[in-house]
Design a protein. Sequence first.
Length: 500
Amino acid sequence: MALKNKKLPEKQESSFKSDMLKRFKESPMLFIGSLLILVIIIIAFVFLPAIVPDQMGRIDLTSGYYNRVPITYAEGNYFFNVHQSLARQHQTDVDEFNYNFIMFQIWRESFEAAVVYAGIMDEMNNAGFVVPEAVVDRAIAQAPDFSIARYRQMDNNTRMAIRRQTHESLIVSQFVDDFGALRSSSNEGAFISSMASPQRSFDMISFPISSYPNQEIISFAQNNPSMFSTVHLSKITITSSEREARQILAAIQNGTETFEDAARNRSRDFLAESGGDMGSRMVFELTSEIPNALEREQVINMDRGSLSNIIALQDSWVFFRMEEPLRLADFNDAITMERIRNHIMNNERGRVEDWVINQAEDFISGLDDIDFYSAAVSRGMEVSSFGPIPLNYGDTSFFTSIASTGVAELAQAGSNDRFWHVGFSTPLNTPSIPVVIGSNVVVLFPKEALAAEEDETSFIAFYYTYLLDQFFPQSIRNYFMTNGKLDDRFWDVFQYIMIN
């Protein structure tokens, strides 16, 4: 079933565009498919039959510009030939459900191939590269289906088209060869594989940050009572002008308007519906409401029923009414303690980590008379073992990763340079200094070091070379699609094609 015989299913244009763009942005390489740059040197497309609506030859299908050179779909050009090839490949895959998707895939991949083609020609032209006529003659003569008798019978336009396409394919082929030769040193794979050694195996214990005790929480709160005292305020927020804010404040002060009515009718924040009632807040929770410490101090020390002065914020003006004056925190109240704990864990993190690190250092200091494993067991702590692993910062796919060990406490260790430095600089059979990783403080105990096996290093060298080959076409495509020379107008043209 030819594509030209399919009719576009009735669909809302905006819905179709959103679906196509969503699928393209989520995974462009999977959606479009790998752009095989080497296909550029194939010139057999010119003899393929057209599989597009007849009227396409009579409209301008310029889908963009590369360095001001138009990327146009026209019979016989590179864009056209790639499109014909892809259309033939996909015509047996098309049905009424995937028609839009297949059409987008064919046209977009053809367009991107044409952009790369135009980009390569632009680069080689700027470099002054010239293909001698004798080389073009030889390439034409060496084509598998070349016949000198048939070539002589062709009209001049056909012969010129073949010469032009052959000339351009030689330019592109030279670019691909030269670009590929510059990719990497022959020793690069061996260097990468050597990074698989040394490998180390470890025992480890962890001290959760969450083990910070309530007694430390209470002690900190008692030493900073002003932070955790509670106050009940109401607030009005005005976004129009300071003058209006002062008028509203004056109206409340002289009794012509109640605070609650002004809040519901004029305030511009989420508290308006509740008459401006902020509920009970701890003083530290007012920092974002009243950033200036002096103004905040004046507000929280007001008497019941008092109104504050106007306070200017970044994009509004506010004033407060005191509902219930300051009162000290009740450390016997579970909800109050939870609010204080959350604040300290999030905003006094260094203090908490220092306490947990001290616990880890206390454990380490006791290892003079007992081995690592026994010391952990005596404290009721679980020992995790992992390795052997190399120094794989960033969890690259070439080497065994810390993520693959399955140790939950090390979920954030892959890109933690402190973890890798300590782990591979600590002498064997010696406890490391404490290391903070995410929500834990860990102590490592390196047990052994060994070199990677030859089979592993050989595979890494092969895999590295393989990946370079795989990413070579993608890197060329990405360069020409993103170097700033492309004026991409593809969507407008494709939309026209689908509608017409």
